[in-house]
Design a protein around this ligand. Structure first.
Ligand SMILES: C[S@@+](CC[C@H](N)C(=O)[O-])C[C@H]1O[C@@H](n2cnc3c(N)ncnc32)[C@H](O)[C@@H]1O
Length: 466
């Protein structure tokens, strides 16, 4: 039986959605998460028997296990002294439990250690887990590492060809664990660069463990996260950000699935809700909804035929993946090509509208947004149920959105805004509530007719811009 240990897990999350992620951790793992001052990170304790649940979280991008954390690390004034101290730190850190979790994690990974373009080593649980994980002595640490090494070795041999070669006889180079150190640094009071910190700390890690540095085909990624005075050393548990989970056919502005999940949670989908993404692009939002909140029904539409094709392909890809795993039920989602300003949908029939509007930068133009946004809010108000309907709208064109919404006061009420970072752009996720006003009877909607928004060709423009 595996020995259970308690460790701290760190997770990067879409900035602005840290509280949503903490809420999900509480709901699914039952522990309180701490939100780092460094926006976009949360930390929470788990026992190793819960490790698989961590991989089921939908709001996290990357996961790591914490080796050590310092809230107020006193970096030295000079670069030389600081780098020397980082080198000395490598051999003093309590690596044992984190390495144990890294090893266990290898057994949980779907692709079982097959790093993209990287090492083909697999990691199996140590037979000695109970013996080696109890305390934090250097001797035990080396036991953990050598257990991992021997498994890497055995698996490398097994991967190569089905021979009966004893792991002891495997090629010496197969025994060496490959690693890299990645330093993420923020703050202007440091005398060193992230490259220098990664290089010097990495050199000391290499010497201490006798691992081999490899920037691309690594088995272990050691993380050195420095934010002002805060320093966290961790070991990565994800090879690729979990935000890429649903999309196989990317578009020019595909939204991260983790951000889509955060937006969906904001509007709390209920069973049998009809949920619309009228500008779906690649379908990232409704697809995440159909997978994670599958008791609602999703309609994904876009006026661009390339976008509609991508959505259909993304849905088919997921359906196939599910069918291959023996799941027979389809996803509750339909796709339509339409102009959002004139939706083929009955008045007051939709519960939730959730969409990522053209920012006017990479998609569409700011000029077009002045026409598009008011028309769009009006048509959304028509199809959305008065009194109970909601909308969650993402845009970076805050000025245009503020103006459009101010003209729609009778139809929409702004409840809450979450500020997020989308590809380096500061954007708002606006949670709106449909007022009880009947459509067609407020000054906002009787004076202006429903028009067609000519935004076709945006994608072409976008390509030219990028
Ligand atoms: C920011 S993108 C959406 C990206 C999407 N969330 C994704 O993850 O791929 C905005 C989308 O709005 C669509 N669009 C612009 N004007 C439209 C209109 N009048 N009717 C329907 N879709 C429109 C564009 O074709 C584009 O796909």
């Amino acid at each position: 039986m595996l020995h259970v240990i308690t460790v701290t897990i760190g997770a990067t999350v879409p900035t602005g959605f840290e509280h949503t992620a903490a809420e999900e951790v509480k709901e699914k793992i039952g522990v309180e998460a701490r939100i780092s001052k460094d926006r976009g990170r949360i930390y929470f304790p788990i026992t190793t028997d819960k490790l698989f649940q961590v991989h089921l979280l939908r709001s996290v991008d990357n996961l790591f296990v914490v080796v050590e954390e310092y809230d107020h690390y006193q970096f030295k004034q000079s670069k030389e002294e600081t780098l020397m101290e980082l080198q000395q730190l490598a051999s003093k850190l309590p690596w044992t439990n984190a390495l144990e979790v890294w090893k266990l994690n290898g057994t949980l990974k779907k692709k079982k250690g097959h790093r993209k373009g990287g090492s083909t080593t697999k990691v199996k649980p140590s037979r000695n887990t109970a013996d080696v994980a109890a305390a934090d002595t250097e001797q035990q640490l080396h036991q953990v590492v050598s257990a991992a090494e021997s498994h890497l070795e055995a698996d490398s041999a097994a991967d190569a060809e089905p021979c009966e070669q004893d792991s002891q006889e495997a090629a010496p180079e197969a025994r060496v664990i490959k690693f890299r150190v990645t330093c993420n640094r923020a703050g202007d009071k440091h005398s060193f660069s992230s490259n220098e910190a990664a290089r010097d700390f990495g050199g000391a890690v290499q010497e201490f463990f006798q691992w081999k540095a490899d920037m691309t085909k690594f088995d272990i990624e050691v993380l050195l996260n420095i934010h002002n005075e805060e320093m966290v050393i961790g070991i990565a548990l994800t090879e690729e950000s979990l935000h890429r989970r649903n999309i196989s056919h990317f578009g020019p502005t595909t939204l991260r699935s983790t951000l889509c999940y955060g937006m969906l949670r904001l509007c709390k989908p209920q069973a049998s809700d009809v949920i619309l993404d009228p500008m779906c692009g690649t379908g990232a939002i409704p697809l995440e909804g159909a997978i994670e909140f599958s008791s609602s029904f999703y309609i994904a539409g876009d006026n661009n035929d390339m976008a509609v094709n991508r959505t259909v392909n993304n849905i088919c890809h997921i359906q196939k993946r599910r069918a291959d795993k023996g799941r027979i039920s389809g996803l509750p989602i339909d796709t339509v090509q339409w102009d959002l300003c004139s939706l083929p949908i009955r008045t007051s029939s939709v519960d939730i509208i959730i969409t990522d509007m053209p920012f006017g930068k990479r998609m569409g133009s700011k000029k077009k947004n002045w026409d598009l946004y008011p028309l769009c809010l009006r048509e959304m108000a028509r199809v959305c149920r008065p009194g109970s309907g909601k909308a969650v709208l993402l845009t970076q064109d805050k000025k245009c959105f503020a103006k459009a919404i101010s003209r729609m006061g009778g139809l929409w009420r702004k409840l809450h805004t979450v500020w997020v970072n989308v590809g380096g752009l500061h954007a708002g996720v606006y949670l709106l509530k449909r007022t009880g006003a009947v459509f067609g009877q407020t000054p906002e909607d009787v004076h202006e007719s429903r028009g067609m928004c000519n935004t076709q060709g945006d994608e072409k423009e976008d390509k030219e811009l990028s």
